[in-house]
Design a protein. Sequence first.
Length: 434
Amino acid sequence: MADPNKNVPNSAEAPSPVVEKPKFDIRKALDTKGFLEFLTKVQEKNGEVLDMANEGAIGEKFEAFTVKEKVKAGVKNLYQTSIKSEFGVTLEAADLRSVDDHWDALAIADPEKVMEMNDKLKDYVELPKQIKAAETELALLGGEEDAQKSLEEAKKLAEALLQAKNYSGFFGGTKFGFLLIKAVVGELGNLLLNRNNKFGDYAADVYDVLISRRTVKDKYGKDVNREKMAKEVPIVEKQITQIQETLKSIKDITTRKEESAKQFAKLRKELIGGVAGFNTINEVVKRKTKEKLDGFLKVVSLPNIKSAQTTFDNLKKAIENTETGLNPLDSTPNSINPEVFQKDIDTGVDLQMNMDIGNALAAVKLDESGSFSKLEKALKKDILEKDKIGSKEGEELRDFIVSKLEAAGSALNNSSVDKAKKMMVSVIIANLKK
């Protein structure tokens, strides 16, 4: 029975239906908001008077007008999502006005550039779909390694069938008997002549036949006969052909997927990297980043310091791997200076830790049971159990905490209450140093 799927092109290979453009209607075009103003700007820019009777020329201008709106929306969305993903900065419509101005101007001065960008934005949407479609096809076909393994097994089975068939039945059995006699004689000859080769060529042939017989019996059962083997040979050969075709398809689809992935990576880099050319957007990103980071340190607390440090560290990583090419931490007047900001964080850590340790010690009441446990619990919550405070972590953080506790202990006076607090602090320090 014919395979109904044979020779049916996949979605990526199937030809797209021809769609005719609707006939240009100049009346509808002139009723479109902004088009007449656009035509006026075209005339002013190019110093020409448009022939309004030439619907073909006006139609081209209208196409550039409508396409540039799609381009503007697509580019702005790309910039917004990329900057939000990399730097956590949300761009509002007003922040992207320079993008509108840029493409509005290009639609007048160089409409072909607008058309090119429109095609690129279409590819930006379509290429991931092609990659996904290829992945779906590959999942249905199975892995190349499994297919290769199946091919090798099928080839071995085909060889075993042919060999087992040739040495089965009356004539095949007789032929195998002669082969066995030759192997025995060859073996005896080797022993008598004291040769190094223990098994002769005939013995190896006998071994191959026995292995082939075992392979066929394991596959088809002990009662398999010559006729059955003869019928199975073309079936297995057909399977081999099908597996070879599957392997070719896997390789072709994999190549197609890799090419689409390369095209998409290149296109993504080009499109997203274009935002670096808009200085106004760059300034907005720097300003909003600075506002966010400075906001964390308006009220100094360890939670705020942690948020500041985490956001700051994430920004530095984003800058190292940025696709946008922007750097909101470039030390310019309207941006954050990384060295200064890190010092501000560490200063905040220093002040806050002094305050937290002081408050914990002040809250100790020796006339209550569990005073040491309460002090340790308070310090654990705010300080001792933290993996990172500011830029410090690991041994550096431990040594910093120890130095702060030692300083706090030294600041206590010689009253009986403060002496007791010093002893408690000493125990906590000793535990940290273990």
